[in-house]
Design a binder for this molecule. Structure first.
Ligand SMILES: NC(=O)c1ccc[n+]([C@@H]2O[C@H](COP(=O)([O-])OP(=O)(O)OC[C@H]3O[C@@H](n4cnc5c(N)ncnc54)[C@H](OP(=O)(O)O)[C@@H]3O)[C@@H](O)[C@H]2O)c1
Ligand SMILES: [Zn+2]
Length: 356
């Protein structure tokens, strides 16, 4: 998933003041730009405190963008997402009542008062950005726009789950003691960024992660080609895996290639080790999400990937809940691995598994 963080702050870094009325930190021109950026995403997320304080509807304002989505068979508004541990969310809030969107609430509580207005996604405690991204990917969301508030933005940044951050500073507004929801980004010279003055705001956009889409798809196509070498069998998926070591060496593997209990990732890792490759920091591309539990082998592919120190994992299809409830992607993310889901090739992976 591609995750954009967006915030407007005062010159002293506050997203709001302490009064009950809604403070507009942005200028109208900057707000219009934020609405335009929203339209390039398919979901928008805001924390429960933002909903309680500002009561935003979080709609897609551009009629052209709404029309385009409808033509694609999508609901006109972006999917709306919030998260709460208290459960203190009133179903009469505009977030729930306005527009035509899929609405998701992440919470460890069951929230019966939101039945019929939102899908409540059960969450472990503490709820993480990594879990949110993983669950939303499984629901088809590919580009997420996170509009605050400060706590939610800090969570995505701290977990390394943001691709880009747009911070708009209003140089004419200072709140001092009156400020609340402080948000600052500790930039460093190695993070690419661009600055511009826009509608009276000073806007900086940081590219927090490199764009790996093209490389991921290139190697995933090779992984899918490997998966087609498998002999279909009723008890396992046909999966292919490609490893790219830090020195550029490439290793391949597919399910059951050398043993009836081996998975594709295992086969590729065995070849890399036999060739003396150092896999710390390497990338592995698997046509399907790496498994997280094995009955017939001592380690799952997720454990193998972690033990050998891979830094980057990409896959094209989440493992269906057919043989096990897979937590591979989430476990890898929780360990700090950069995990990329590339559903562009999902249909090809499904076709390679048509026997199941
Ligand atoms: N200037 C801007 O661009 C902008 C944009 C958006 C918001 N804002 C301002 O930002 C302020 C709100 O920011 P904020 O930092 O106070 O709050 P927030 O980030 O909007 O929401 C925090 C709330 O989200 C839930 N939450 C966050 N992390 C969670 C986790 N890991 N697990 C479970 N629940 C979690 C909790 O809800 P519960 O308390 O229900 O458990 C928490 O209190 C508002 O005043 C709003 O006006 C400004
Ligand atoms: Zn496996």
């Amino acid at each position: 998933m591609f995750v954009t963080l967006s915030a407007a702050v005062t010159a002293d870094g506050f997203m709001d003041d302490r009064t009950p009325r809604r403070l507009l930190v942005s200028t109208p021109e900057d707000m219009a730009e934020v609405y335009r950026l929203r339209a390039g995403h398919d979901a928008i997320l805001a924390g429960a405190e933002t909903l309680r304080r500002d009561n935003p509807a979080l709609l897609l304002r551009d009629p052209e963008a709404r029309r385009r989505r409808t033509e694609l068979g999508l609901r006109p508004d972006l999917a709306k997402i919030t998260l709460t541990s208290s459960g203190n969310l009133d179903p009469s809030m505009r977030f729930f009542t306005e527009g035509d969107a899929d609405i998701y609430v992440f919470s460890s509580r069951s929230l019966p008062h939101l039945k019929g207005v939102a899908e409540v996604i059960p969450a472990d405690t503490p709820l993480s950005a990594r879990a949110i991204v993983t669950e939303l990917e499984k629901r088809g969301i590919r580009r997420l726009f996170v509009e605050g508030g400060a706590r939610v933005l800090r969570m995505f940044l701290a977990e390394g789950m943001a691709d880009t951050l747009r911070l708009a500073v209003n140089p004419a507004l200072r709140l001092g003691e009156e400020g609340r929801a402080h948000f600052a980004f500790a930039s460093s010279s190695d993070i690419p960024c661009k600055h511009e003055r826009f509608g009276g705001m000073e806007v900086t956009q940081w590219q927090l992660k490199p764009d790996t889409a093209e490389t991921d798809l290139h190697y995933l196509r090779m992984a899918v080609a490997e998966s087609r070498k498998c002999t279909p069998c009723a008890t396992s998926y046909c999966v292919g895996a490609i490893i790219v070591a830090c020195d550029g060496a490439v290793f391949r593997g597919y399910t059951h290639e050398t043993s009836p209990t081996h998975h594709a990732e295992q086969e590729a890792i065995a070849k890399a080790l036999a060739a003396g490759a150092d896999l710390r920091g390497a990338a592995i591309y698997s046509s399907m999400e790496p498994c997280s539990q094995r009955a017939s082998e001592p380690e799952s592919c997720t454990q193998l990937i972690l033990r050998h120190g891979f830094a980057h994992v990409a896959f094209a299809l989440y493992e269906p809940d057919r043989f096990a409830c897979c937590r591979g992607a989430l476990t890898l993310r929780e360990a700090g691995v950069d995990v990329r889901f590339r559903p562009e090739l999902a249909d090809e992976v499904r076709a390679a598994n048509a026997h199941l």
